[in-house]
Design a protein around this ligand. Structure first.
Ligand code: IDP
Length: 161
């Protein structure tokens, strides 16, 4: 089977979720956070920030040559972003499902993008798409000391210890 390169045990898998400027402007931060809380994931990092062109270029290094990159940069630097690190069993894959398809037209109802957006250039939220991507993005967006290692009182009820 596949072996993870990460040192984190499975229940401590982490992912970067970011509410993009359209989500902040449209007051969707609380509803988006609520979905991750109620699913059973644990919040271990949270901040609001103005994304710089440099951070964005590193974050979206795979998209820098795309024709839409200049407009993606304008969008992502147009206002505050709320960045979060969520932790838990299989959180990377499960949050991609919760967030839905990149293109909201193909995102299922019940997903964040499927419920709150209509166009790929304003799709409300970011979620890391792989273990390698998540580790790279978390390091890029957060300092180690900004991530809290805490025991949630419900954790034996959301996942087998
Ligand atoms: P993802 O956000 O679902 O991981 P990526 O392909 O990594 O998808 O693209 C990053 C972001 O770039 C998308 O969420 C979207 O905001 C934007 N984007 C992707 N494709 C297009 C496009 O064709 N036009 C405009 N923006 C796009």
């Amino acid at each position: 089977g596949l072996r993870s390169k990460s040192s984190l045990p499975d229940v401590r898998e982490q992912t970067l979720i970011a509410v993009k400027p359209d989500g902040v402007h449209r007051r969707l931060v609380g509803q988006i956070m609520q979905r991750f809380e109620q699913r059973g994931f644990k919040l271990v990092g949270l901040k609001m920030l103005q994304v710089s062109e440099d951070l964005l270029a590193q974050h979206y290094c795979h998209l820098r040559t795309k024709p839409f990159y200049p407009s993606l940069q304008d969008y992502m630097t147009s206002g505050p972003v709320v960045a979060m690190v969520w932790e838990g069993h299989n959180v990377i894959q499960t949050s991609r499902i919760m967030v839905g398809h990149t293109n909201p037209a193909e995102a299922q109802a019940g997903t964040v993008r499927g419920d709150f957006s209509i166009h790929v250039s304003r799709n409300v939220v970011h979620a890391s798409d792989s273990r390698e991507g998540a580790e790279r993005e978390i390091q890029l967006w957060f300092q180690g000391k900004e991530l809290l290692n805490w025991e949630s009182c419900d954790q034996t009820f959301t996942c087998e210890p």
